[in-house]
Design a protein around this ligand. Structure first.
Ligand code: PXG
Length: 465
């Protein structure tokens, strides 16, 4: 077998990757023809690729490396735990110290009485758990017909059959016959794209009341839960109007519907507080966590349950669990990550000291001719590309064409910024410094200038009619 190392020429690595590795959310043949980018190492907010390029990772990997890359302590803890107890399950009336200690830490950090964790290996698994949890909860309470979960169009909750059904991504539903039964999608609180001439506050209320309408239409006795991301991440960092979440909360309370906050992206400091639920005043019964929980150093997810829901679930045998529920190594790594985020006051500093500076700088991008709006909350931001600022027009070209062009210019300027459709999104590590924010924004500006020039040359600056 060939020893594959970081020192191999990029083209050889690309050829082996093309031959054997299938990538998520990727047109495989196109990528193989182009050649994949190979990342070899990372430190802080900076990635190094196999060509020696140093790239500012404004996406924290995939919204997850909140702590930044290269923290030795996490490697140490993982090695120590692997030597002591690399694996044991939590099924047959057993437990171990990492699972116990992390559960206690999570209960302390999370708001309200979210005191109980059911571990999973990812955000998708945790949301699958949630589907079974809320239905089991109502069945145990004598209402087995309360099964429908209401979610939102353009929401993202994962890629497994259950979690992708909760998500409102049409291209995902088109592959494989989704959604599963008893999932209902309502419109999203995306004022910029869908608000027209409406006042933002009014629009937020209207989109929240779509939940009430759905409950009344489907029947209060049939609806189990509502799930939403405090801020839609993969959907394009859609920060809802201020009126939205309080109204959702009121409706869930009024109709006795469980509220699930999917904090896979928003959790662990992303929105300026430990949890997006704190930033937006949400009181969830269940919270989905993953990503920033371990800063991506090890795969882990979980569902946090409030006292009442946990009590009901604990009153039966919940026939559910994963081999890696509460894996000792990932729990130990997550615990160390939380210790550092907490003790070094990384979440606090990011929210109080850095976020206001970040906001000021990020919002300067709104002055760019290609940008219709620049929004940010905490360390999670987006810009909308548009051919016509005043009318917030969409491009005449296929959605995502302008976004992709802009993303390629970002790469060329050593900046990783993602596009979702024609929206550019960022979510850098929380340890990003003010100087690095300056670099991020100036590279983004340069990439926007270049994208603008290219769109103009190619005749793509046309608004959709
Ligand atoms: N919920 C939310 C809110 C997410 O953002 C998941 C659940 C699923 O987590 P796992 O760990 O199963 O991936 C996510 C994941 C993107 C992108 O392109 C976003 C995610 C995953 C992959 C790509 O923005 N979010």
């Amino acid at each position: 077998m060939t020893m594959i190392t970081n020192h191999m020429p990029t083209v050889e690595l690309q050829a082996i990757d093309a031959a054997h590795h299938m990538h998520p959310f990727t047109h495989g043949a196109d990528l193989n023809a182009k050649g994949v980018r190979v990342i070899t190492r990372a430190k802080g907010v900076t990635l190094t690729d196999s060509e020696g390029n140093e790239i500012l990772d404004a996406m924290a990997g995939l919204w997850c490396v909140n702590l930044g890359y290269g923290r030795e302590e996490l490697a140490e803890v993982a090695a120590r735990q692997m030597r002591e107890l690399p694996y044991y399950n939590t099924f047959f009336q057993t437990t171990h110290v990492p699972a116990i200690a992390l559960a206690e830490k999570l209960a302390q950090l999370t708001p309200g009485d979210l005191n109980h964790v059911f571990y999973a290996g990812s955000g998708s698994e945790a949301n699958d758990t949630n589907i079974r949890l809320v239905r089991t909860y109502w069945a145990e309470k004598g209402s087995p017909e309360k099964k429908i979960i209401i979610a939102r169009k353009n929401g993202y909750h994962g890629s497994s059959v259950g979690s992708a059904s909760l998500g409102g991504m049409t291209p995902m539903h088109e592959q494989g016959g989704l959604p599963i039964e008893d999932i209902h999608h309502i419109d999203q609180p995306h004022w910029y794209a869908e608000g027209g001439d409406m006042d933002q506050g009014e629009f937020g209320l209207m989109r929240a009341r779509a939940l009430e309408e759905a409950i009344l239409e489907l029947g209060e006795d049939k609806v189990a839960a509502f799930i939403g991301e405090p801020v839609q991440g993969a959907g394009g960092v859609i920060i809802p109007p201020e009126t939205y979440w309080p109204e959702i909360q009121r409706i869930c309370d009024k109709y006795n519907i469980l509220l699930i906050a999917d904090e896979v992206i928003c959790g662990f400091g992303r929105t300026g507080n430990w949890f997006g639920s704190e930033t937006f005043g949400i009181k969830p019964h269940i919270m989905t966590i993953a990503k920033g929980l371990s800063s991506g150093y090890a795969p882990i997810g979980g569902s946090l349950l409030c006292d009442e829901v946990a009590e009901v679930i604990n009153g039966c045998e919940f026939s559910h669990g994963y081999t890696y529920s509460g894996h000792p190594v990932t729990c130990a790594v997550a615990l160390e990550n939380l210790r550092i985020l907490d003790e070094e006051k990384i979440v606090e500093k990011a929210g109080k000291e850095i976020a206001p500076y970040f906001k000021e700088k990020w919002e300067t991008l709104a002055d760019h001719p290609l940008v219709g709006e620049a929004r940010i909350v905490g360390h999670m931001g987006s810009i909308a590309l548009t051919p016509h600022k005043e009318s917030r027009a969409k491009f005449a070209s296929d959605a995502g064409t302008a976004g992709l062009i802009c993303r390629e210019h970002c790469f060329a300027n050593k900046l990783i910024m993602r596009h979702t459709g024609d929206r550019m999104v960022i979510s850098p590590p929380l340890v990003i410094t003010k100087a690095e924010i300056d670099t991020l924004v100036s590279r983004a500006h340069k990439a926007l200038d270049q994208a603008h020039a290219q769109l103009k040359t190619e005749g793509l600056l046309k608004a959709a009619s």
